[in-house]
Design a protein around this ligand. Structure first.
Ligand code: GLY
Ligand code: MN
Ligand code: MN
Length: 435
């Protein structure tokens, strides 16, 4: 069933913040992958947030004021094109099905837009997002300016619509939370399936195939990003993507994979032993990252500063590195000097939503912003130990990350992806049962 009310409500919220301005929000273009063959189409996140409309070649225009109007420009019905490419709504059905006040053929947009822009005090769009789009919008503006002697006034105020939309997108509404919950549940199931399928001798890509199969069979349209299936030394390559190594007894396997459902991403990492049993040093490092993640998640609550989970994770990690002899000195000194960054070099999370690294500022007026109920973020500490002279060999090539997706609730947070096991005993029991 299509829900149009959430999108209408989002348009209304944006319109209320635009005085008498006009906003122009295009969806993403189709992109060629090889001759005559496109990449799978993915809409623009801002456009989809406001419309729910999935087709390419579409532009949303919003006119604010006493009687606000939402106007969609989209492709017309075409039996010829639909024979080749499949169903398209067409102007009338799109207006009806998605709750717009008006809809027009996209082919007429260059004629209509200067008329709509004229005499509006402000124009909201996304400058710099796409040079071709910038020049098109400037062309419309110049057409309006060229009519100045007839008394027509062009917008004096050119604004970035993203600065408003980013703030709106930061706090998820119940419709978005429901989609993220589904993406989280399916993704957790895929990690479970990957743990069950992993065995010495298998190729990383066989596990990638298990993940993708599980995503798709539950209706996910895409992986939210390409899965990282990184065994042995590859676990210490943060953006590893070849997924073509054979896995061996004694390796750890780090899997960072999440699906996208109805536009919303999950982003989950689990690390486990290929053999099903953690070796001693692997377990030592793993327990530190697991404790760091628990400490970070405990800081995800309304009113906490964005940086609080990271600080908590860094403290536990630095302490653990000192305990293992990988860093020397006191925990405070290791934090102060940043020596822990030899092993933990990324931050503990990011906003999550329509984009994997979702929209929204992390600081306000120079300060880390406080968390608010309804925000969604990842909690993902890690520890990556590459071979090095001053590192005992037993720790070489141990790469661990544990990543879950958190929803800020009234009193704390809920991990939407908690169904993927992460306690050592739970992982070992699950893998034993799968043999
Ligand atoms: N999978 C991307 C990230 O963890 O940020
Ligand atoms: Mn990730
Ligand atoms: Mn992430």
């Amino acid at each position: 069933m299509r829900h149009i009310e959430p999108h209408k409500a989002r348009r209304a919220r944006l319109l209320a913040l635009m005085q008498d301005g006009i906003a122009v929000v295009p969806t993403a273009p189709e992109r060629l992958r090889s001759r005559d063959s496109d990449y799978p189409y993915r809409f623009d996140s801002y456009f989809y947030y406001l419309t729910g409309f999935p087709e390419p070649e579409a532009v949303l225009v919003l006119l604010a004021g006493e009687t606000p109007r939402s106007i969609l420009f989209c492709r017309e019905k075409s039996l010829e094109r639909e024979l080749w490419d499949g169903y398209r709504f067409g102007v009338d059905a799109a207006r009806e099905a998605f709750g717009f006040d008006e809809a027009h053929p996209i082919s007429g947009i260059d004629e209509k837009l200067p008329q709509l822009i004229a005499n509006r005090p402000a124009l909201f769009f996304a400058p710099g997002m796409d040079p071709a789009w910038d020049s098109r919008v400037m062309g419309w503006l110049n057409q309006v300016r060229a009519q100045a002697r007839t008394g027509v006034v062009a917008p004096a105020d050119i604004r970035d619509v993203r600065s408003i939309l980013d703030e709106l997108r930061l706090v998820k509404d119940p419709h978005e939370i429901a989609a993220m919950r589904r993406a989280g549940t399916v993704t957790a199931g895929a990690h479970l399936r990957a743990m069950r399928a992993t065995r010495p001798g298998a190729m990383e890509y066989e596990i990638e195939a298990e993940l993708l199969h599980e995503f798709r069979r539950h209706g996910s349209q895409f992986p939210a990003y390409w899965p990282i299936v990184a065994s042995g030394p590859n676990a210490c390559v943060l953006h590893y993507r070849e997924n073509d190594r054979q896995m061996h007894e004694g390796d750890l396997l780090l899997i960072d994979a999440g699906c996208e459902i109805d536009g919303y991403a999950a982003d989950v990492t689990r690390t486990f032993p290929v053999s099903g049993r953690f070796a001693g040093p692997q377990r030592d490092v793993y327990e530190i990252v697991l404790a760091a993640q628990a400490a970070a998640a405990a800081e995800v609550k309304p009113g906490a500063r964005w940086d609080a989970p990271h600080e908590a994770a860094v403290r536990i990690t630095a302490q653990g590195l000192v305990d293992l002899g990988l860093c020397s000195g006191t925990t405070d000194a290791v934090i102060e000097s940043g020596d822990y960054k030899r092993f933990y070099m990324h931050r503990t999370g990011h906003w999550l939503g329509l984009d994997v690294h979702d929209a929204g500022d992390y600081k306000q007026a120079g300060e880390w912003r406080p968390l608010v109920q309804g925000m969604t973020l990842t909690v993902e500490p890690g520890c990556y130990i590459r071979p090095a002279e001053n590192v005992p060999e037993r720790f070489w090539n141990i790469g661990v990350r544990i990543e879950d997706d958190a929803l800020v609730t009234e009193t704390g947070c809920e991990l939407l992806t908690a169904a993927a096991p992460k306690r050592v005993d739970d992982i070992e029991a699950l893998m034993r049962d799968a043999r």
